[in-house]
Write a protein that binds this ligand. Structure first.
Ligand code: URA
Length: 208
């Protein structure tokens, strides 16, 4: 699959197995979501532009790099929230924008209920954060909103993708690269990824 990047890092594989385990409690689950978000964002940001700067070390002057691009983090509520903190620590000058979508359990289609984006885009790269790329409906709807807003560069950072969700994103937004820890087998009849990890929102927030 082009434009889909699945990490083959052993740390990612190890931590993803912890998330999958039904025995992992919410506190540990949140911790691992946070860590995986950092590791995958590291991979997703390899092409960020930098400007050369001069740095004075205690010993000498040397050249360094300064991140040029303003990053926007767009977590898909609610499960994406758990990915924000770690990524924000990594890139503290990022802006965090919330677009509220919920999945209609009958149609499995996303419904927008919250959007406070300013009139003009204020960032040059948007990272959409959502642990589970399941049907792809929320991801595509978020990409639609961000593109209408004027976002030029969008990347999706998730943990597990279903082939159906990846195909949906690629059908509507082939220009958006997808970064994942794993691609699983399929979606079940309730829209859950199998084998997956269950409901990423419930498992983080203790509402299972
Ligand atoms: N959302 C989840 O949290 N888990 C899935 O398996 C699919 C969608």
């Amino acid at each position: 699959m082009s434009n889909v990047h699945v990490s083959n890092h052993p740390l990612v594989a190890h931590k993803l197995s912890l998330l999958r385990s039904v025995d992992t409690e919410p506190k540990k689950f949140r911790e691992v979501v946070r860590e995986l978000a950092i590791l995958l964002t590291y991979e997703a940001t390899q092409d960020l532009a930098t400007r050369q700067i001069e740095v004075q070390t205690p010993l000498a002057k040397t050249s360094g790099a300064h991140l040029e691009q303003k990053i926007g983090l767009v977590p898909i509520l609610r499960a994406g929230l758990g990915m924000v903190e770690g990524v924000w620590e990594l890139m503290p000058s990022s802006e965090v924008w919330h677009i509220g979508l919920y999945r209609d359990e009958r149609t499995l289609r996303p419904v927008e209920y919250y959007n406070k984006l300013p009139l003009e885009p204020t960032v040059s790269v948007c990272l959409i954060l959502d642990p589970m790329l399941a049907t792809g409906g929320s991801a595509v709807a978020t990409m639609d909103v961000l593109k209408r807003w004027g976002a030029k560069k969008i990347k999706f950072v998730g943990l597990i993708g279903a082939p159906e969700g990846i195909a949906e994103v690629q059908k509507h937004h082939p220009d958006v690269p997808i970064y994942l820890a794993a691609i699983d087998e399929r979606l079940n009849e309730n829209g859950y990824i199998v084998p997956g990890l269950g409901d990423a929102g419930d498992r983080q927030f203790g509402t299972a």
